[in-house]
Ligand binder design. Structure first.
Ligand code: PEP
Ligand code: MG
Length: 902
């Protein structure tokens, strides 16, 4: 037998069921399920998604066997509905709707009232005694059919504003205007007929073909048009954003029409089984009397509240369904409970009431905010509806992220226009006055005025301004640029690489799309999406949800992989511990030279960098050592038994000396040296490719005294804490290695210093000696490296940079074009490239564990806080991931979900 292309549903029977979404689409599968549950669903049929694929393979022709199968199923529909399609006395009308596997709201086309023709119209008028309703339905059919089937599906592309739908809408408006009508409902039956005839003439004139006066042709046209709309512009764009494959195709649902526009006993509505914004267990929805579904969605009339729970300031004067139709409301409320029990989730439903009788038109698992997802997961767990494992799976890491940052109020945001888009580097929202310099942001900070620091790109000298600002916006830079990294570390709202922003420092202003904004003007950022607005948008604070802790406790029951944090101060460490971090996976010592209280250590560091001889350098290092010891000691103390992974100094040293002439002159004055001398020493640090130059372990090989100072500071901090009866757990790692020989070289220094410190304090120091793996070569020789290293920490920022050969600081133009051209699927600095970089991570892990089976493996690149990457590290057998403090809960959730998925 030829394969089945058509699945019937109706009465209390159905060929399909809820778990057949791939074949029947979400809508079709759920309509079938509702029939099986015995709910009142108008009968119909679903044409499979496979048939859509066939249609496209077949040069946009329906398979020959399809329509006979459709007509056979239509007979069953007719039987259950007691109506007949294309019948002069008792006609059945149907709708044709799309329904893909995963919902694509409003992206594909629908035709309603299919089956109205000169043959069926008189019978329907006789039967309903309601010519107004019949002609209103007819003019709607002509509008939709001409638009969807005759224009869009035929590939006609009229100029902007010249589409048939628009032309007909204008005719309707002009008609109402001429008659002095305010609302559609004032148009009489005769006038609607007059309009329908005028519409048909316009269709012929504009499209060159007649609107088909043949029910059968209408249905076939409707089915084709839905298939065709799978490849409409909107649908394709939506699939790109949501990552829905083109091959999936859409199903078509042909369903008996029921009418919400048959008078005041009829209505239509949409509802959620619980509040999708707050998660409260309250039926929540809107309805319209005497209307068709499209009126609610299109927002033509203000919908009324479904019940008391849905009343608000705007709609409280309107009558609810609970008040006007209490019995039908009760029936709907009962259905709500049946559905929740069956699906064990919150559902979004559509219904119609035709002359007092309730019909269900759709149900699907409803979209919700982060707060609502959390509330519902815990409520449903307590209600016994779901298990705790399911509760953990109910909140996506993105929704959790939403909970951890103050955000722009979604409803307010919807009303505004986005003026520029950049990369969403630090989540949450921020509203503030434009500050063009770090100083200005600090000045605002002192006055307790919120500011947005707007910079070409940020560098370490901007750190204090970044700290003071409510949000950060940069014109350049990628997801791991300085601004992005620092902002994420603080959980601060940040947008980078926003190319539309042009900064004019001299005029103290910026321009975006031709419009000028002065320093002090207010803008708003949505850091979760990367959107910029030029007005103040309302903010909401979602962080203080008391149920957050409860949820995270359940999450940790299922998590097996460790989660640490990247932090560089005792304060950040404490913050991260509160978010559940189990230690520090990356302590970047260089951060003590930026920001608050950095003047003194920075001056010492500069003395070291600009030293003229080894003696001078050793002298400067001696003065620097106490600062390193103190910050390490303070952090080890706060961690109290949790590990601190200290990374030896890593960046190229030129980053710490001033690059502009006036700053260099200032430094010369401070040091009492001629400007030319300072300039000469700074110029000597110049490298063509500093990212591939004197940085990482190379600094310690070229200047071993730098390594020695750090080991001494760390060992002494540890020894002092031990003497004080504290519990320091130290791990030290060497950055940017290419060979085990580098590790041995540095270890010799460590061993000597350790012996000296142990003798001085009269105790034994235990610590782990490990390395970062950040260069492809290191992954390939990992077996040898692991003979010396006790742990590996993958530095996937540099590993991505070195594997792709993309500079992490200024790659966003390339990355954007590569994503647009589908050369790469996503920004590899944000989402780990599992195919390439991931393969190196796997090789490094396997080879390392071959020679050292107890080798501990973790990651401390930005990918440690990215959910899909965390799942990959889990599968690769990592012991832990390490990420910014604010991403710790997200990593915990992602790790637990990966473990549950198995
Ligand atoms: C890395 O390269 O992934 C890393 C964590 O080190 P940094 O970002 O400091 O270079
Ligand atoms: Mg690195």
């Amino acid at each position: 037998m030829d394969k089945k292309r058509v699945y019937y549903f109706g009465g209390k029977a159905a060929d399909g069921k809820a778990d057949m979404k791939n074949l029947l689409g979400g809508k079709g599968a759920n309509l079938a399920e509702m029939c099986l549950l015995g709910l009142p669903v108008p009968a119909g049929l679903t044409i499979t998604t496979e048939c859509c694929t066939e249609y496209y393979e077949n040069d946009c022709q329906l398979p020959a066997a399809l329509m006979p199968e459709v007509w056979a199923a239509m007979e069953k529909v007719e039987e259950v509905m007691g109506l007949q399609y294309d019948d002069a006395d008792n006609p059945l009308l149907v709708s044709c709707r799309s329904g893909a596997r995963s919902s694509m709201p409003g992206m594909m086309d629908t035709v309603l009232n299919v089956g109205l023709s000169s043959k069926t119209i008189p019978g329907l008028i006789r039967k309903t005694g309601n010519p107004r309703f019949v002609y209103d339905s007819y003019r709607r059919l002509i509008m939709m059919y001409a638009d969807v089937v005759m224009e869009k599906a035929e590939g006609l592309a009229p100029a902007e504003g010249k589409g048939i739908r628009k032309l007909l809408d204008e005719m309707l408006d002009e008609f109402k205007h001429a008659k002095g009508y305010k609302s559609d409902t004032e148009i009489t039956a005769d006038e609607l007929l007059e309009l329908a005839n005028a519409f048909k003439a316009k269709v012929k004139e504009a499209l060159g073909t007649e609107f088909p006066d043949d029910s059968k042709a209408q249905l076939e046209g409707g089915i084709k048009a839905v298939f065709k709309s799978w490849n409409g512009k909107k649908a394709i764009a939506y699939r790109r954003i949501e990552g829905i494959p083109d091959e999936w195709g859409t199903a078509v649902n042909v369903q008996a029409m029921v009418f919400g526009n048959m008078g005041d006993g009829s209505a239509t509505g949409v509802a959620f089984t619980r509040n999708p914004a707050t998660g409260e267990n309250q039926f929540y929805g809107e309805w319209l009397i005497n209307a068709q579904g499209e009126d609610v969605v299109a927002g033509i009339r203000t919908p009324s509240p479904l019940n008391d729970a849905t009343k608000n300031e705007q709609n409280k004067h309107l009558a609810s369904m609970q008040e006007l139709m209490p019995a039908t409301y009760q029936e709907l409320d009962d259905i709500r409970l049946i559905l929740e029990k069956n699906y064990r989730d919150m559902l979004d439903i559509e219904f119609t009431i035709q002359e007092g009788k309730l019909f269900m038109l759709q149900c699907r698992v409803g979209k919700r905010t982060g707060v609502a997802a959390l509330t519902m997961a815990l409520d449903m767990l307590h209600e016994g509806l779901i298990s705790d494992k399911e509760a953990v799976m109910r909140l996506s890491p993105d929704q959790l992220d939403e909970l951890l940052h103050p955000i722009l109020d979604v409803n307010d945001e919807k009303k505004r226009t986005v003026i520029a888009k950049g990369l969403p580097a630090g989540p949450g929202g921020a509203v503030g006055k434009i500050a063009l310099t770090s100083e200005k942001a600090m000045e605002y900070g002192k006055l307790h005025i919120d500011s947005i620091l707007v910079r070409e790109e940020t560098n370490p000298e901007d750190v204090e301004g970044m700290r003071a600002a409510a949000g950060i916006l940069t014109a350049r830079g990628g997801m791991t640029s300085h601004a992005a990294l620092v902002a994420r570390g603080w959980g601060k709202c940040c947008i980078v690489g926003c190319e539309a922003v042009h900064i004019n420092l001299e005029a103290n202003e910026i321009t975006i799309a031709g419009k000028t904004y002065k320093e002090g003007d207010t803008i708003s950022l949505n850091g979760t999406k990367g959107w910029v607005y030029d007005v103040a948008i309302k903010m909401v604070d979602a962080t203080e949800n008391p149920r957050f802790q409860e949820f995270m406790t359940i999450v940790d029951k299922y998590r097996t992989m460790g989660v640490r944090t990247n932090a560089d101060t005792p304060e950040d460490a404490l913050n991260a511990i509160n978010f559940g971090a189990e230690g520090i996976g990356l302590f970047r010592i260089e951060h003590m030279f930026y920001g608050q209280n950095s003047e003194e250590p920075l001056a010492k560091l500069r003395n070291m960098i600009l030293a003229n001889s080894t003696e001078e350098r050793v002298e400067a290092l001696k003065e620097l050592e106490p600062f390193v010891r103190e910050i390490a000691k303070g952090t080890l103390e706060v961690l109290d038994g949790r590990p601190l992974t200290f990374r030896l100094i890593d960046p190229p040293l030129h980053e710490f000396v001033p690059q502009t002439e006036d700053k260099q002159r200032e430094l010369a004055k401070e040091k009492g040296l001629p400007y030319e001398e300072i300039k000469r020493r700074i110029d000597a640090l110049h490298e063509v490719n500093p990212m591939m130059g004197l940085r990482g372990v190379r600094l310690g090989v070229v200047n071993p005294e730098i390594t020695e100072m750090q080991f001494r500071a760390l060992f002494e901090a540890t020894a002092e804490l031990m003497k004080e009866g504290k519990n320091p757990v130290l791990e030290i790692m060497v950055p940017l290695i290419i060979s085990v020989a580098e590790l041995k070289h540095q270890k010799a220094i460590a061993d000597r210093v350790q012996a000296e410190v142990e003798a001085k304090f009269g105790l034994k120091i235990n610590y782990l000696y490990g390395t970062m793996i950040e260069i492809p070569r290191a992954t390939l020789v990992a077996d040898k490296v692991a003979e010396v290293a006790q742990f590996f920490s993958f530095g996937t920022n540099d590993l991505t940079q070195m594997t792709f050969g993309f500079s992490r600081d200024d790659v966003n133009v390339i990355v954007n074009s590569y994503i647009d051209e589908k050369i790469i699927p996503a920004d590899p600095f944000n989402i780990l490239d599992q195919e390439g970089v991931g393969e190196l991570v796997q090789i490094g892990t396997e080879r390392g564990r071959k020679t050292n089976p107890s080798l501990k493996v973790g990651v401390c690149g930005e990918h440690g806080g990215n959910p899909s990457s965390v799942a990959f590290f889990y599968k690769t057998g990592f012991n832990y991931v390490s990420c910014s403090p604010f991403r710790v809960p997200i990593a915990r959730l992602a790790a637990a979900q990966a473990a549950i998925r198995g």
